[in-house]
Structure formats: structure tokens, C-alpha cells
Design a protein around this ligand. Structure first.
Ligand code: AMP
Length: 421
């Protein structure tokens, strides 16, 4: 019986893992520098949390959730997104009582049962941020800038921001009524799924990839915004201009989640093809109440790690040093392995990166592996000509080799000039 990973998931290792870690560390450091603290929420939550907030008529809730019943009959769902969980945690932990703005970031896996293709997976990873507590457009501008900064931080060229306003519970009902009427008059042009969407939640027709031509002919939300939404949208645009952030207004951008109010935005990458959104975000002033809390305005974004890594510029060769090996220990005879492992522990405690070759292969092959690892030193133990308790210390940069006691070995390595110094 041979096992394979579930469709739409991936194993991450080797160079890709190194790039991933490097990006995640750089982005975490960046977000913390911007005043956002990390939050970790469970990978699964009650199903109701997502149904209520993301929206009963959305693709995520109707088709894409990994839902299961636990042994006590509770319905749980692997998180398809992390904004609702963060808001749930914010309220459950009473963080709203502190007042002011709470700024969080998160990173981790999300799960959606979608049709896998390039750039779209069933387990994917997001890094995102949420600023909870301010109703004004300035914090929306901060969030758009923060999201763009992720890519700046990793050396991307300037990216395009698409911006829209999706209104609020004051203006959306009137718009929805007009939209429903327009959809009814064009029902023959809609795909099968959209016929259902048009009835349940007409705004979701804008999420459809097949109904492009119809979408172009529908009334647009921006013509129906109430005074408060209009002025929020105008001020945000002025601020972005002042910050020299280039954006394009996209009145068809509504995002696939029901909780958005007012601002919605996406950052896209020209090279990504059909799945070209690197990052999506917006304001969600009703989410705290949907999660059973008080009314607290909030705004955030979420960026896909897979798409980010796929498009991340490669460093010019030599620009970044990989996490290399400092010392490679060659164990020519298993009897010396205990002494070598003890030495390796001392070296690691002193800050070196050490690999001990426990393969049992020939001394020559192990020494070859030391070079292949790019190690600075090889410690060779267990050769017949070496007295007990000693090892040959080989400087792989100069080729110099000396016999030293195991006790001396650590000191010699520590005293050697650093690589490239
Ligand atoms: P969303 O949570 O749908 O607003 O998506 C935010 C970002 O997450 C997108 O712009 C993508 O970069 C990424 N993303 C969403 N769904 C997937 C998926 N199924 N596979 C890979 N990345 C995804």
C-alpha cells in the first residue's frame, strides 16, 4: 500500500522550504515593526462561526468547507480563512474592553475544498493582518500600505492595487434590490450556479468566473453608496494618493466573503494568470457583532503564501547566504560516534551549525558529502591511525588538516576566522 498526499496539498521541503521560512521570517519581522502582534487561533472552529460570518450563500460556505462532526456530535470546520477566528478570539478574550485599536497578524494553513489548479490549493497558507477598533479611512490606508509593504520587503516591483467600496447595511439593500431586478431580466445569460446565487445573495454573482460578460452590464454598487460610504471611499482615495500609492478603481471587485463593508481591495500580480490575486482585504464593520460581540469596526487583509513564493524575485546569486553547514563530522567507525555526537552538541551550543554523518558509508564518501554541504570544517573521527579521543580537523577552505583532541576541537573551530571574513 503506497500512500499519496491528498489532492490540492503539498509537501514543502528543501530549497522551497528555505525560501518559505526566509519569507515568513522577514514578513513577521516587518509586521511586528509596524506594530502588529502575532495571534494564533485554532486550526478548526465551530462551523457556525464561518457560516454566520463568511455568509451562507458564499462559495466557501456552500461548497468549500472541510466540515466534520467530533465524537460529541459538534460540527467543526477546518478554517477556510482567519479573519472570523481572529474576531472570535478578540471578543472571547475581552480584548475589546481595552478600547483603542488592536493590531494583529497571523500566518498559517487554511483549507478550502476548491478545484485544484496552478495557484489554487485545498490546503494553502496565508499571512494576514487585522486592525480592529477604528472606523475611519486612515486605518484602511494603513492596511493597504501594510499589505503592499509585504511585497516591497521581499524585493517585488511595485504592484497594482484594485480598489472598490462595497457599501454598508444602510445602502446595500437598495442596491441589492436593483441588482436582483437586473439579474432577473438577464437570467437566461447567467450560468446555472448564478441563477441560484442571484436569488440567495445577488452580490455573489460578481464572484463568478463564468459570467464575465453579464457582470459588465449590471448596475454598480458605487452608484448606490450612501453619504457615509461615499465620503469614506473618497477620503481613502485622497489619502492613498497622498501616500503615492497607485491604485485602480474596480467597481466589479466585491470579494467572495459576505462580511466586507465599505473598502474592498486586492493586490494583483501580472504574471499569475487566472489566479492573479496575491492578496485581498477590506473593511468588516459588522463582523464583531456577527461573532456575538459589540459593534467594533475593523479592517484587514490576507495574502497567499504560495502565490507570493511563486512570484517572489530570486536574489541575485550570492546576495543571500543559505543556512549552510559550518562543521561536517565524518564518522569512519561507529565506535567513535558517541564522542562525535558529544562534540557536535558542544559545537551547536557554541552557535555552529553541525551535521554528523551517521550513514556508515565509506570515509571518502562522507568527506565528499562534507564538501557538497559547503561545510567550512570536517571533523574526521574513528580512523585506525587516530589515537582514541582524537580527531582530524580539516579546514575545507584551505585544505589544512591537524590532529587534535576532541576537547581541543571545539576551541579551534571557535577561534577560526568566520567564513568570508
Ligand atoms: P481570500 O481569503 O479568498 O480573500 O484570499 C486571500 C488570498 O489568499 C488570495 O489573494 C490568494 O493569494 C490566497 N488564496 C485564497 N484561496 C486560495 C487557494 N485555494 N489556494 C491558494 N491560495 C489561495
Amino acid at each position: 500500500m503506497k500512500f499519496t498526499r491528498p489532492r490540492g496539498t503539498s509537501d514543502i521541503f528543501g530549497e522551497r522550504m528555505e525560501r518559505w521560512r526566509e519569507a515568513e521570517l522577514a514578513l513577521s519581522a516587518y509586521l511586528r515593526r509596524c506594530g502588529y502582534g502575532e495571534i494564533r487561533t485554532p486550526v478548526f472552529e465551530s462551523t457556525e462561526l464561518f457560516a454566520r460570518t463568511v455568509g451562507e450563500a458564499t462559495d466557501i460556505v456552500t461548497k468549500e468547507m472541510y466540515t466534520f462532526t467530533d465524537k460529541k456530535g459538534r460540527s467543526l470546520t477546518l478554517r477556510p480563512e482567519n479573519t472570523a477566528p481572529v474576531m472570535r478570539a478578540y471578543i472571547e478574550n475581552g480584548l475589546h474592553r481595552a478600547g483603542g485599536i488592536s493590531r494583529f497578524y497571523y500566518a498559517g494553513p487554511m483549507f478550502r475544498y476548491d478545484r485544484p489548479q496552478a495557484g489554487r490549493y485545498r490546503q494553502f497558507h496565508q499571512i494576514g493582518a487585522e486592525a480592529i477598533g477604528s472606523p475611519g479611512p486612515a486605518i484602511d490606508a494603513e492596511i493597504v500600505d501594510l499589505a503592499l509593504g509585504l511585497y516591497r520587503e521581499l524585493g517585488f516591483p511595485p504592484l497594482e492595487v484594485r480598489l472598490n467600496s462595497v457599501g454598508c447595511p444602510d445602502c446595500r439593500p437598495a442596491y441589492k434590490a436593483v441588482l436582483s431586478e437586473a439579474l432577473a431580466s438577464r437570467s437566461s445569460e447567467l450560468c446555472g450556479a448564478c441563477a441560484g446565487r442571484a436569488a440567495a445573495n445577488p452580490l455573489r454573482v460578481f464572484d463568478c468566473k463564468e459570467c464575465g460578460p453579464v457582470k459588465e452590464k449590471l448596475p454598480l454598487i458605487t452608484a448606490y453608496l450612501c453619504g457615509a460610504c461615499r465620503s469614506h471611499f473618497d477620503v481613502l482615495q485622497r489619502m492613498l494618493e497622498e501616500m503615492e500609492i497607485r491604485f485602480t478603481l474596480d467597481p466589479l471587485l466585491v470579494r467572495g466573503l459576505d462580511y466586507y463593508t465599505k473598502t474592498a481591495f486586492e493586490i494583483v500580480h501580472p504574471e499569475l494568470g487566472a489566479q492573479n490575486a496575491l492578496c485581498g482585504g477590506g473593511r468588516y464593520d459588522g463582523l464583531a457583532e456577527d461573532c456575538g460581540g459589540p459593534r467594533v469596526p475593523a479592517v484587514g487583509f490576507s495574502a497567499g503564501m504560495e502565490r507570493l513564493l511563486e512570484t517572489m524575485p530570486r536574489p541575485a546569486s550570492g546576495a543571500r547566504t543559505p543556512a549552510g553547514t559550518d562543521v561536517y563530522c565524518v564518522v569512519a567507525d561507529e565506535a567513535s560516534a558517541g564522542a562525535v555526537l558529544a562534540l557536535a552538541r558542544r559545537l551547536r551550543e557554541a552557535g555552529s551549525s553541525v551535521v554528523v554523518d551517521l550513514s556508515g558509508r565509506s570515509f571518502k564518501k562522507q568527506l565528499g558529502a562534507a564538501s557538497a554541504h559547503g561545510a567550512r570544517f570536517a571533523v574526521i573521527a574513528g580512523l585506525a591511525e587516530l589515537a582514541p579521543g582524537t580527531a582530524a580537523l580539516k579546514d575545507l577552505e584551505t585544505g589544512d588538516q591537524t590532529v587534535v583532541t576532541m576537547a581541543e576541537c571545539a576551541g579551534r573551530i571557535a577561534a577560526a576566522p568566520r567564513r568570508g571574513a
